[in-house]
Design a binder for this molecule. Structure first.
Ligand code: LRH
Ligand code: MN
Length: 424
């Protein structure tokens, strides 16, 4: 299913007057509107191939209908997202959930939808049918060399798949760890994992990066072998300059100060990028900005400050990816909301008066510092995000257009009620 441009134009014409009124209102107080709109237009967020169907939990899964049955249909759905908001110009594959059978054909199909391939993700947390070894007790950490070698070979194979698609990064997330005291020798697990990662690192093309994603718990419930930012930073520092630490917002213990972690990883030049989502308790993989939008703003405030301090390109120097699971919402609507929440937080961070904030920090004027931050956070920037979409050929209100154009209804007609997508 494609969303034709003339249909989006039709939708925009009806919404234009109201949009212009909102835009004029917010732009009146914003000095650098054009700079912000340019930054928003080039800011592309990668869509996870494993989050285009209905997610579930061990207690159940409630399919929404019209789900993509193949990688080709997943690319079509990301194409719908990108046609509506012009900010979803990349797809991040998870292998073997989404193996491109014909890489050149898949690459061409993606290009038709204006899509590139972001980081490819390996999977050594599930046993593949008739696999010679099992990852039950881990993969790169495993005490058995044969299991480690299987996991290393898989990661090297994933790199090859990524090269064929034009991807430039491998994301490694390890479920490895232990669920009971005494089960694992932590030093042994670290050393075996590091040795395994070194063999994968050695297979990276020169212009590639390795993103090492940490997670505090689940599926292991006593220790995780890459559990937090400190451990991930320790690994990547020992691996080499092409290794970076990936921050999944849902992978922290309660009340962790993620914006401080981001600031320090940026300072060290070891921040890979993000798996954006939101959570109230564990790795809930909820819609970005649906639970704690202020934290998302504070993270982008550190990102803008830290990237500018290093002269980094906001759009291209970090990996901007979503990692979510849609148990209740329409997957495409959920992703449209997540992308908008990221764009809003980024735009508000661009509004922060950095000189005034630094001046307040220099004199420990704590109240003024908060006033400066929250002035930006309390600015309704949605019209700026809409204008950037409009200027790029997208919809002023992507979710409104998605519903008005009855995309899901058409997908269900095309694919049926009971189709199930691969992934989480
Ligand atoms: C682990 C994780 C990781 C993926 C998986 C789908 O919780 O965040 O990024 O491999 O979700
Ligand atoms: Mn993740």
């Amino acid at each position: 299913m494609q969303v034709e441009k003339y249909k989006i134009d039709g939708f925009n014409n009806e919404a234009l007057a109201d949009h212009k009124r909102r835009l004029d209102f917010v732009a009146a107080d914003v000095a650098n509107v054009d700079d912000i709109l340019k930054k928003l237009e080039v800011f592309q967020i990668a869509i996870p191939s494993w989050a285009l169907g209905t997610g579930g939990t061990r207690f159940g899964r409630f399919s929404g209908g019209g789900e993509p049955r193949s990688l080709e249909e997943k690319i079509e759905d990301v194409g719908v997202l990108h046609a509506l908001n012009k900010s979803s110009g990349a797809i991040s594959l998870h292998i073997p959930w989404d193996i491109p059978k014909d890489a050149q054909a898949i690459k061409a199909l993606a290009a038709q939808h204006g899509l590139a391939f972001d980081a490819v993700n390996s999977n050594t947390f599930q046993d593949q049918p008739c696999a010679p070894e099992s990852y039950k007790f881990g993969s790169l950490q495993h005490v058995d060399k044969a299991v480690r070698d299987l996991a290393i070979a898989h990661n090297i194979e994933v790199i090859k798949q990524g090269v064929a698609l034009g991807s430039k990064a491998l994301t490694v997330w390890l479920a490895d760890g232990s669920s009971f005291p005494g089960q694992l020798n932590f030093r042994g697990a670290f050393e075996r994992t590091l040795d395994s990662l070194k063999q994968i690192y050695a297979a990276l093309p020169d212009d590639w990066k390795m993103y090492l994603e940490y997670k505090c718990y689940e599926p292991n419930f006593y220790s995780t072998t890459v559990a937090d930012w400190g451990q991930s930073l320790l690994y990547v520092s020992k691996l080499g300059p092409k290794a970076y630490t990936l921050v999944d917002l849902g992978h922290h213990l309660p009340n962790a100060n993620i914006e401080q972690i981001v600031s320090l990883l940026l300072m060290e030049g070891r921040l890979a990028g993000f798996h954006f989502n939101d959570s109230k308790y564990g790795d809930d993989d909820l819609t970005v900005g649906s639970i704690n939008p202020y934290q998302l703003f504070l993270i982008f405030n550190e990102l803008v400050e830290g990237m500018d301090a290093r002269g980094m390109n906001h759009a291209t120097d970090l990996g901007w990816m979503i990692d979510a699971s849609h148990n209740l919402k329409d997957p495409i609507e959920d992703l449209l909301q997540s992308i908008q929440a990221i764009q809003i937080a980024y735009t508000q961070a661009l509004l922060v008066d950095k000189a005034a904030l630094q001046a307040a920090q220099k004199v420990n004027d704590v109240a003024l510092a908060q006033e400066i931050l929250q002035k930006a956070y309390r600015t309704d920037v949605r019209a700026l995000v809409s204008e950037a979409s409009l200027r790029a050929g997208g919809a002023i209100d992507p979710i409104g257009a998605y519903r008005k154009l009855k995309v899901r209804e058409n997908l269900i007609k095309e694919r049926g009620e009971k189709t199930v997508a691969t992934g989480l």
